[in-house]
Design a protein around this ligand. Structure first.
Ligand SMILES: NC(=O)c1ccc[n+]([C@@H]2O[C@H](COP(=O)([O-])OP(=O)(O)OC[C@H]3O[C@@H](n4cnc5c(N)ncnc54)[C@H](OP(=O)(O)O)[C@@H]3O)[C@@H](O)[C@H]2O)c1
Length: 335
């Protein structure tokens, strides 16, 4: 593949940047996650095309975790390679995040939220990406067995040691997120961002998490805004070949879950078409309509998907009527 040339117009594109909560850090309305498609078995050329397409469209935020792959750790390694080969002159234009909180290595110290795990895991992530620091380090999920003070104390220590510039939490409830924020604020390292699932098929975060964490000063970056691809026109008739759903079987991405929702997906698709958008574009715009949402964190298996999704920025506004129609469809589904 040719050497990467950054598009000189990348900051004149449709992309805009929004502050993360009360912090001074701005992230793009669309961020790219490396959970899938960046592992050891995926094509290196495709990795490069995805990252370069994103960067050239003004996507400055790349989200990783210690365990992304498979095998775990390989997404960080592959991203580290691209940073060295293609983005080496652009490190200061990127917000790179990683996380720890799920099982990463054997034994009692490779999972959850102890100081021991978080600090060693970040050291390993930095080594894999060949970085001195990440921009955001997250605790990936709450740990019921470790005192919150210890987990948050580890995040504070990580910032003080210069290995992360900011910290965040992921998959926390509103109540626990507020407690975590209070501890971190008292320590002098506030959590600037919460990473959570939010999409047309799962709007549970609207009740408390989104509004309450915004009130506490945190930004929200929402993952799986396309429900892992289900909210796209590929799923109008059946589970398409070569889609994520055809390859893996997650508890939240199983055949029955999808098949039960095909009528809803078709109705949402018709609404999107009335807006002259694809379903995926409407699904992203719908998440971004909430003032609490700082960025939608998308995945993509091809540069074409990524470009099409970025085009959602051409139409982010919704009429009251359209929002009501969407609400009606979603509430029928809930019953
Ligand atoms: N904190 C956490 O616990 C947590 C959990 C999950 C995810 N995340 C983060 O969030 C990121 C995004 O999650 P996600 O990958 O589930 O997001 P998503 O955007 O909901 O799903 C991405 C997948 O949808 C399909 N897709 C995307 N655009 C499409 C289009 N225009 N038309 C048709 N299909 C399309 C592709 O799958 P196929 O083409 O392969 O079918 C793509 O890989 C992850 O990479 C990770 O960084 C965090």
């Amino acid at each position: 593949m040719d050497a990467f040339r950054a598009n000189p117009q990348r900051y004149d594109s449709l992309m805009t940047y929004k502050k993360c909560g009360n912090s001074g850090l701005k992230i793009p309305l669309i961020s790219l996650g490396l959970w899938h498609n960046f592992g050891g078995m995926d094509s290196l050329d495709n990795h490069k095309e995805l990252i370069c397409t994103a960067f050239n469209a003004g996507i400055t935020h790349f989200d990783l975790a210690n365990n992304y792959g498979p095998p775990p750790g390989s997404a960080e390694k592959n991203f580290g390679r691209l940073l060295k080969s293609d983005l080496k002159n652009h490190r200061d234009e990127c917000v790179i995040s990683t996380k720890a909180g799920y099982g990463m290595w054997e034994g009692p110290y490779g999972d959850w939220g102890s100081r021991k795990y978080l600090i060693s895991s970040l050291d390993q992530s930095l080594q894999r990406m060949n970085l001195d620091y990440v921009d955001i380090f997250y605790h990936h999920r709450p740990d019921p067995e470790t005192p919150l003070e210890e987990t948050m104390g580890a995040l504070d220590q990580i910032v003080r040691s210069g290995k992360a510039l900011y910290v965040g939490i992921s998959n926390y409830s509103a109540a626990l997120g507020i407690q975590a924020q209070k501890i971190l604020k008292d320590l002098g390292t506030p959590s600037i961002i919460h990473q959570l699932r939010y999409n047309l098929l799962d709007r549970s975060a609207e009740a408390r998490v989104l509004p309450e964490l915004m009130k506490a000063g945190m930004g929200s970056i929402v993952f799986s805004p396309l429900a892992q691809g289900i909210l796209s026109d590929r799923y109008l008739k059946c589970i398409p070949a070569n889609s994520r759903a055809s390859k893996v079987n997650f508890s939240d991405l199983n055949k029955t879950f999808i098949e039960d929702r095909l009528p809803l997906i078709n109705q949402l698709n018709a609404l999107a078409n009335k807006r002259s958008q694809s379903l995926a574009q409407m699904a992203l715009a719908w998440c971004l309509r909430r003032p609490e949402v700082t960025s939608v964190l998308i995945g993509a298996s091809s540069a074409e998907q990524l470009k099409a999704n970025i085009d959602c920025l051409n139409n982010l506004s919704f009429s009251e009527d359209c929002l009501k129609s969407i609400d009606k469809l979603l509430s029928q589904e809930a019953h």
